[in-house]
Design a protein around this ligand. Structure first.
Ligand code: BES
Ligand code: MN
Ligand code: ZN
Length: 460
């Protein structure tokens, strides 16, 4: 069970009563005196996010009131209860009434409990929740623990999370679930035909590698996850400005999230043959760095011209996707923090996804909504495919125009996937720029929960 939850009997737990602006009058009528007057004296109106602790006669904490949005509000945050761990003093609590969706509220409570504690451990919330009876607490724990894994990996600074550290994280996960994990490292990437992964990673003193994790019965349908593992993205010789480089420790967010998804899949024992591929590199600056207008072969056979060394994520994914395709997976999914353009289009909290499979697109959208793990479909708009033409090679990694950057990235990746493969690409952000309920500032688990539920439905 997740550390945010408490198994002790609910009787001694401090009740949390949820109210909305419109339900507040009737909720207030149920309160005894003097708490009822105390709430009025504190001008409690059940504004969303408003919190009030009610004292008992001895001055102790008797009861908590918390404002949430109306069920029918034009917009309501299903994770509103995720604010509570940051507000409540240490203690054991329970929900006294239903906060619209008790499952998402309990999940939000666990997600909101997270703090990145590797370098400073004393500010973690210490309020714990007796989970509502109606919810599957094992499943919520599984999702919250996966979010912790993704967040911890992303939040860990690049000096402590290089390609080798990322491989160790995959190995640790493999060990925990009896999976196997291997890596192809450094110049072996060239002899084993991963020219693009090598090209992007070779300027770093920390050798590039391709991490390959396998789990599950070989007779089960093959699901392959590919995650962008750029442990730090300076932009390469097309160096990013300092403002753009500042959060590029998160550029392995795709890798972090496929590992989080793999953890949920293995913990839930889904009936899949799972393969996780992570090209883990550092996009560094050095004399031997790859350059603009260099041309490299790729595993797929296409020669790739480098239009911009900062479009490195699609390069490392291209070789990994080509490998993934070689054993014809039933479903191929890649996640990566690939473009700033995705953020311009949809903002940090709503990653675009791409697929030509209509049934898959509908399922992704449905689970994203149900899990409050928002995703929005964007098109593989073939009319823009010609923008990838190179004057010298088969394809460029960076079209010269500035339009539709997330789409052209997706189209680039599509060139490396067999048209017959059922393929989903998600251009995640992997980061919460400023704290919101259940989402502390920093590394974020994105798409993994929605995809876990989708896979559970298809392969449970
Ligand atoms: N890792 C970045 C994308 C990114 C930037 C994600 C900022 C989130 C926030 C990626 O490697 C990149 O630099 N992409 C370029 C591509 C361009 C050079 C074609 C971009 O989006 O500017
Ligand atoms: Mn880049
Ligand atoms: Zn990048």
């Amino acid at each position: 069970m997740h550390p945010a939850f408490e198994t002790a009997a609910a009787a001694s737990a401090i009740p949390i009563t949820f109210a909305t602006r419109s339900s507040w009058d009737s909720v207030r009528a149920t309160l005894p005196e003097p708490p009822r007057s105390f709430a009025a004296a504190n001008a409690f109106t059940a504004k969303p996010g408003q919190y009030l602790a009610l004292p008992d006669s001895a001055g102790g904490l008797a009861h908590v009131l918390f404002g949430i949005e109306d069920e029918a509000a034009a917009w309501r945050d299903p994770f509103r209860a995720g604010q509570l761990p940051g507000l409540l003093p240490a203690g054991v609590y329970r929900f006294a009434n239903a906060p619209h969706d008790a499952r998402l509220a309990a999940l939000a409570f666990a997600l909101g409990h997270y703090r990145f504690s590797r370098y400073r451990s004393n500010d973690a919330p210490r309020a714990r929740l007796v989970p509502p009876d109606s919810v599957d607490i094992a499943d919520i724990t599984r999702m919250a623990e996966a979010a912790t894994l993704a967040r911890d990996l992303i939040n860990t600074p690049a000096n402590a999370m290089g390609p080798e550290d990322l491989a160790q994280a995959a190995q640790d996960l493999a060990d925990a679930f009896g999976a196997s994990c291997t890596s192809i490292v450094g110049d072996d990437l060239l002899t084993r035909n991963f020219p693009l992964i090598h090209a992007v990673g070779m300027a770093s003193s920390r050798a590039p590698r391709l991490i390959d994790l396998t789990w599950g019965h070989p007779s089960h349908p093959k699901v392959t996850l590919v995650g962008k593992g750029v442990c730090f993205d300076t932009g390469g010789l097309d160096l990013k400005p300092s403002s753009g480089m500042l959060i590029m420790k998160k550029d392995m967010g795709g890798a972090a999230n496929v590992l989080a998804l793999a953890q949920m899949i293995m913990d839930a024992k889904l009936k899949v043959r799972l393969r996780v591929l992570i090209p883990a590199v550092e996009n560094a600056v050095a004399g031997n760095a790859f350059r603009p207008l260099d041309v490299f072969p790729s595993r797929k056979g296409l020669n790739v011209e480098i239009g911009n060394t900062d479009a490195e994520g699609r390069l490392v994914l291209a070789d990994a996707l080509a490998l993934a395709d070689e054993d014809k997976p039933d479903l191929l999914i890649d996640l990566g923090t690939l473009t700033g353009a995705a953020r311009v289009a949809l903002g940090p909290d709503l990653p675009p996804f791409y697929t030509d499979d209509e049934a898959l697109a509908a399922d992704v959208a449905r689970h994203a909504r149900a899990e409050n793990d928002p995703l929005w479909r964007m098109p593989l708009w073939m009319a823009y495919d010609s923008w990838l033409e190179s004057k010298t090679a088969n394809i460029t990694n960076a079209p010269s125009g500035a339009f539709a950057g997330s789409i052209t990235c997706a189209l680039f990746l599509k060139r490396f996937v067999d048209p017959a493969t059922r393929w989903l690409h998600v251009d995640i952000y992997g980061w919460t720029p400023s704290a919101k309920p259940a989402r502390p500032e920093g590394g974020e688990c994105q798409a993994a929960r929605a995809l876990y539920k989708l896979l559970g439905e298809r392969y449970g």
